[in-house]
Design a binder for this molecule. Structure first.
Ligand code: ADP
Ligand code: MG
Length: 275
């Protein structure tokens, strides 16, 4: 995979759907239908997808196209109606506890401090908190929360709560992270700042990330590849490699390569009739 190469100013490469790498996570013929008979809703698929170790893959698609449904299936929290999902060669047929998960609404409990919430994730997995002290300190520093470790969630802004939720999702050092619109409810400036911290953590820790967003700009800034999801029932008909060097700071958005990616992806969604 050429995730670190630079093609400044060139026309973005739109790879064919079939041109995927074989991966850490493999989906084959995965589809999901909710309900039966006249009430059945075909939410997602069928989809084949391979996600490589260490990549940052975004699922980019309109609201209701089945992105969250797909994340729940990969996490083993919802069975596919048809198809198979494998993680590191093992079939996913129940909740995956070694991965890190984060949603738009965080799961911080109000009666514990930031540190207590992070430690809770270790306790739930029967891991020794003492062995993770340095990692917790590193994570808190990475998201600029080192001075708020002993505060409760109600004492934090929405952005700070999501920063704490990142630490929660990463504390047990997961190889795979599923992030479902984690920045969705935040204001533009906070989003920008957390994106940068998230990218820094990904570059440093190198987990495999599947990131859901409906922001074209966010997907281009963060991703090594973008899977473009069609309106419901969501299918992946384009995988776009973003060949811009990391880290990608605020200024990258002014580069001609970035703007070219933006235009070509807007064109795809215009074709679906969603913009
Ligand atoms: P997205 O995350 O892309 O916005 P979702 O995965 O949440 O989309 O939903 C995809 C479709 O599946 C929607 O039409 C939604 O109404 C439907 N859906 C999701 N979950 C359920 C459920 N538990 N029961 C019935 N329909 C559902
Ligand atoms: Mg969703």
């Amino acid at each position: 995979m050429t995730i670190l190469s630079v093609t400044a100013g060139s026309v973005p490469a739109v790879t064919a759907y079939a041109d995927v790498v074989s991966g850490l996570i493999s989906l084959r013929g995965v589809s999901k239908t909710f309900g039966t008979g006249a009430d059945a809703v075909h939410a997602f698929g069928p989809v084949d997808l391979d996600i490589a170790e260490g990549e940052f893959l975004s699922l980019l698609g309109p609201s209701g196209c089945g992105k969250s449904t797909l994340m729940l299936m990969i996490a083993g929290l919802l069975p596919p109606t048809v198809g198979t999902i494998e993680m590191e060669g093992r079939s996913v047929d129940g909740p995956q506890t070694d991965i890190g998960i984060m949603f738009q609404d965080n799961t911080l409990v109000p009666w514990r401090t930031v540190r207590g919430n992070i430690e809770l994730q270790l306790e739930l997995r029967n891991l020794s908190v003492a062995n993770f002290r340095d990692r917790i300190a590193m994570l808190l520093r990475s998201v600029h929360l080192e001075d708020f470790a002993d505060r409760h969630p109600y004492e934090l802004s929405g952005g700070m709560q999501q920063r704490a939720a990142f630490c929660q999702a990463m504390v047990h050092d997961p190889q795979i992270m599923l992030l479902d619109e984690p920045l969705g409810k935040l204001d533009a400036m906070t989003r920008e700042s957390i994106r940068s911290d998230l990218q820094g953590l990904w570059m440093q820790q190198k987990p495999t990330v599947i990131f859901v967003t409906h922001s074209i700009e966010e997907a281009i800034q963060l991703s090594s590849r973008i899977a473009v999801v069609t309106p419901r029932p969501g299918r992946i008909d384009q995988i776009i490699s973003i060949d811009l060097p990391f880290p990608r700071d605020f200024d990258v958005k002014n580069s001609s390569a970035f703007v070219d990616y933006e235009r070509s992806i807007q064109e795809i969604f215009r074709g679906y009739g969603v913009i």
